[in-house]
Design a protein around this ligand. Structure first.
Ligand code: ZN
Length: 437
């Protein structure tokens, strides 16, 4: 069986951009290497999740890797925690947090506190605080982000007593992409129990307490003086706790590794039992060293059967900045680095996105993303409907929309890839049915 290099560009898909003459950033980008991989392979478009649902990155990745994005989902907080190397215990709760700015009525004025470059010192001032028997530990990660972990008897009791114990978000992120002017939410427990109410109340008290600490912090006082938004509120969301999941190795018999910069994706890989490699220069932002990441992935293929390579820049350019030019440039940078892949022998290369992030929306959307699979077995089995050996192929939304794979879903992806194995014929038949042949 061929080894597999699986590349995910976060938020890859987009919509036509006026200044690109109606092309998307991917279509407008100069990508000779992706075009070659696509032209020599088979293509299609993909929705990781059913289009009736909002595609979050974490659920979309689980679906693409063939997992149940509901049953196997431990909560964003857990994935973020694993991604920055926190060893969670099963009786702890973890939230993903953002340091944001609120006004005196606790209404959000900036959900990212002016995209503050580090919250390390601010987090220190809010760390290891105990409220009502619960200890709140805080771990800063990239920029304004971090993880909040709750432990202690009340948390244990709640998790023990209520099967689907959960605490709702205090970050009003679902109120729209900009969520400005919305008051931070009251955390609510799942189920009407004393234990749940204790945990939710303690979280709220902790947030008010740290709001005061943060307002008085010298870093924030300086920021206000300079006209910058203070990082004065800890917005919590995506509560979760560790739960057992079948490892990638047990599920597919593949030794897997991951090359990513952003903590969430390292966390997803770690959660599925992939070996998470630390690559110098992999920042999880637009300035990442794409060449180093591709090189590390090629090296990782020697010891592993499956390597997951993740790029975050595409999503960042679109979601945080709404800048199609930056998105296009990032794709071009990654494409250049991917030239190294053209010389690989006996490796199946898959390139896709987890969801679309149209620059015009500055948010995820359910527009399908292009997918390419560069593999000789699959090409020969799709000969009559393949784009194999098409030297003029342009990897992008429009051309992939006419590709031989048709429109597939996340749950199909691993099945198609692994159909290079013995059960090729059955898989192929069912796929043909799906795409209308
Ligand atoms: Zn994503």
């Amino acid at each position: 069986m061929q080894k597999i290099l699986f590349v995910i560009f976060d938020g890859l898909g987009d919509r036509p951009i006026k200044k690109f003459n109606g092309q998307t950033p991917l279509e407008a980008a100069h990508t000779p290497n992706l075009d070659k991989l696509a032209g020599d392979g088979i293509c299609g478009v993909m929705n990781a999740m059913p289009t009736s649902l909002y595609p979050t990155s974490e659920e979309a990745h689980l679906a693409i890797f063939g997992y149940d994005f509901v049953k196997d989902y431990p909560g964003r907080g857990v994935l973020e925690a694993l991604g920055i190397g926190i060893k969670l215990k099963p009786d702890e709760m973890a939230f993903r947090i953002d340091f944001g700015t609120v006004d005196e009525h606790l209404k959000l004025t900036d959900p990212r506190a002016g995209v503050i470059s580090s919250v390390k010192d601010l987090a220190k001032a809010c760390n290891n605080i105990e409220v009502d028997g619960i200890t709140f530990k805080i771990y800063p990660s990239l920029l304004y982000r971090g993880v909040l972990v709750l432990s202690g008897m009340p948390v244990k009791n709640y998790l023990r007593k209520v099967k689907n114990a959960a605490i709702s978000d205090t970050d009003p992120h679902k109120s729209g992409p900009h969520k400005i002017g919305v008051r931070v939410l009251h955390p609510k427990p799942f189920g009407n129990t004393k234990e749940g109410k204790t945990v939710a109340r303690a979280l709220e008290r902790y947030q008010y307490l740290t709001h005061e600490i943060l307002n008085e912090h010298k870093i924030n006082k300086k920021r206000v003086k300079r006209g910058l938004p203070p990082a004065n509120f800890i917005l919590a969301r995506g509560e979760g706790r560790l739960k057992p999941v079948q490892s990638f190795k047990d599920k597919y018999g593949l030794r897997a590794a991951c090359v990513a910069g952003a903590p969430l994706y390292k966390g997803i890989a770690g959660y599925l039992g992939m070996k998470v490699l630390n690559v110098r220069g992999a920042t999880g932002t637009l300035d990442t060293n794409a060449g180093a990441k591709v090189k590390a992935s090629i090296k990782a293929l020697k010891k592993n059967d499956f390597v997951f390579l993740h790029f975050k820049g595409t999503d960042m350019a679109a979601e945080e900045l709404g800048d199609p030019e930056l998105k296009k440039e990032f794709i071009e940078k990654a494409d250049k680095a991917m030239k190294q892949l053209l010389d690989l022998k006996n490796v199946m290369i898959v390139v896709t996105g987890d969801h679309s992030t149209p620059c015009e929306l500055k948010d995820h959307s359910t527009d399908p993303v292009p997918i390419l699979i560069n593999n000789q077995f699959l090409i020969s089995n799709f000969q009559s409907i393949s784009n194999g050996q098409n030297t003029k192929f342009k990897f992008g939304e429009s051309e992939c929309g006419k590709g031989s794979l048709g429109h597939i879903y996340g749950k199909d992806v691993m099945r198609i890839i692994l159909s290079q194995n013995a059960n090729l014929k059955i898989q192929n038949e069912s796929l043909k049915l799906k795409i209308g042949h």
